[in-house]
Design a protein around this ligand. Structure first.
Ligand SMILES: [Fe+2]
Ligand SMILES: [Fe+2]
Length: 173
């Protein structure tokens, strides 16, 4: 295929590939620092899904006849940096868990946006072969996001509200 949309599509698929790769490297630390058992389980389960997302994007690249490329997803780098910063600032505990959920949900929303975009482009260009793979991942990103919302609403937000501040900025408040 030789059109501007296809070119942009391939770039964004390669960008997503790099994003998923960065996330497989970053999620173990978030999982290990999470103190709430359900949160730890949710991040661990999504780490396995994320490893599958990498494989799916590799499959998409094979079907499109492009390589996985050499793109760096700057947004993911930034989101991971922010998560690292907050995990340093807020010690493991209820507050740290709330921070981890907030950072993890930024990532999931970003991924939902990415997959939504490339799914629309794939539809536009009749790339039916890759559509199901992309939709399957989008479903898992949405489910992961909803699971995090439930853990926040049912457990972590209240626990953090009841806990003493521990952040490095806490003494200034
Ligand atoms: Fe993903
Ligand atoms: Fe995800």
């Amino acid at each position: 295929m030789n059109n501007a949309l296809h070119e942009v599509f391939v770039h964004n698929i390669q960008d997503i590939y790099n994003s998923e790769k960065q996330l497989t490297a970053a999620l173990p630390k978030m999982r290990d620092l999470a103190q709430n058992p359900d949160l730890r389980e949710a991040i661990g389960a999504h780490l396995s899904e994320t490893q599958e997302h990498v494989r799916r994007i590799e499959q998409v690249c094979r079907l499109l006849g492009c390589g996985t490329g050499n793109v760096t997803c700057q947004a993911t780098t930034g989101l991971i940096r922010e998560a690292q910063e907050q995990m340093q600032e807020f010690a493991p505990g209820p507050g740290g868990d709330a921070a981890i959920i907030g950072c993890a949900q930024k990532v999931e929303h970003y991924e939902i946006s990415n997959y939504g975009t490339v799914i629309e482009w794939a539809k536009q260009m009749d790339h039916d072969d890759v559509l199901d793979l992309l939709k399957e991942t989008l479903k898992e990103e949405s489910a992961a996001n909803e699971k995090l919302t439930k853990i926040a609403e049912k457990q972590v937000n209240e626990a953090a509200r009841e806990a003493q501040p521990v952040g490095s900025g806490a003494s200034l408040m």
